[in-house]
Write a protein that binds this ligand. Structure first.
Ligand code: GLU
Ligand code: ZN
Length: 310
């Protein structure tokens, strides 16, 4: 089971980064930050930048959003390597991973309802901590059930490239988490781990809202015998009310926005000192400057409010 080891990537391994949007709506400023941040971070090293469409949760998908996201990336000069990987076509690989977890005893079936969990669970770092009710109750007959991963008793640590060392007591603060939902859909945590490995991803750069997902992904990687990439969590962009920019908080789409103006705003949000003379430069020039001058150490460590000028 996972210990507290930090993972070192041998320098001979070519860098592979990725941007993994969920097509629940068009790109907004926050997702553009993740796209540009992950792009610059890996391309600066001469690595590959992949795009993966995280459409595993079909009921939450917005029709047309996947294509809109790809067109927007294209408009912003974010050219990806290889073909886009669609999670909706990856079910067989997720099945295989779940099967392996079942064989090795890392998961158990859970028949608890939301209500039952809410009654017994205490609040953790990221929602209610599942109290482990079904860990012991071997209910082999119920077919309508979720599959939960047994989190380790000892703490799980990793060194974020920007935020430094983080340790989590998963048992107390998160609980056994779902890898396959009762409705049969695979959970984000499992799909991400299987796909990051399948795509040879060596560095994950994404928003800090996913920091709490990282220990879950580390323990899954260890259970499945997969390599662990490095992680860098970018600061979250907040709206004027201090809420995370998202579809729920009605963050405006950047699909039609002025590309150069948005590039500059994203670079400034990421702490990059864009020279004044580039203020009206075309996108390709901004991108070239950003690639040549990318300084990840200047990225702010904290979430910040942004008033996005579209
Ligand atoms: N699909 C996730 C999201 O849009 C991101 C997954 C990741 O970068 O690991 O929030
Ligand atoms: Zn249960």
């Amino acid at each position: 089971m996972p210990g507290a080891a930090d993972i070192e990537i041998p320098s001979s391994r070519p860098s592979v980064g990725r941007f993994a949007p969920s097509p629940t709506g068009p790109l907004h400023f926050g997702s553009l930050v993740a796209a540009i941040g992950s792009f610059l971070h890996v391309r600066k090293k001469g690595g590959q930048w992949l795009v993966r469409m995280e459409d595993v949760d079909k009921p939450r998908e917005m029709p047309g959003a996947a294509d809109s996201i790809l067109r927007t990336l294209d408009r912003f000069g974010l050219e990806w390597d290889g073909a886009v990987l669609y999670q909706s076509r990856r079910t067989a690989s997720y099945e295989q991973a779940l099967h392996m977890l079942q064989e090795k005893g890392f998961v158990y079936g859970c028949t608890c309802t939301r209500k039952e969990i809410a009654e017994r669970a205490h609040m953790g770092l990221d929602g209610p901590v599942y109290p482990g009710t079904c860990r012991v109750k071997k209910d082999g007959h119920q077919s309508e059930r979720a599959w939960r991963f047994i989190v380790p008793a000892q703490s799980v640590c990793f060194a974020d490239e920007l935020l430094g060392e983080h340790c989590f007591n998963m048992a107390a603060d998160m609980g056994d988490f779902v890898v396959r939902r009762a409705d049969g859909l695979f959970a984000y945590q499992l799909a991400v781990v299987v796909d990051d490995a399948a795509q040879g991803v060596t560095e994950v750069v994404r928003g800090a809202d996913l920091l709490l997902s990282t220990p879950r992904q580390l323990v899954l990687q260890q259970a499945l015998g997969l390599a662990t990439p490095t992680y860098l969590h970018l600061p979250l962009a907040l709206n004027a009310d201090g809420e995370k920019l998202s579809k729920q908080t009605l963050a405006p789409s950047v699909a039609q926005a002025d590309v150069s103006a948005l590039w500059i705003q994203v670079l400034q949000f990421l702490g990059q000192a864009v020279p004044r003379e580039l203020e009206h430069a075309p996108m390709a020039e901004l991108r070239a400057w950003a690639l040549a001058n990318w300084l990840p150490e200047n990225i702010p460590r904290h979430a910040a409010r942004v008033v996005v000028q579209l």
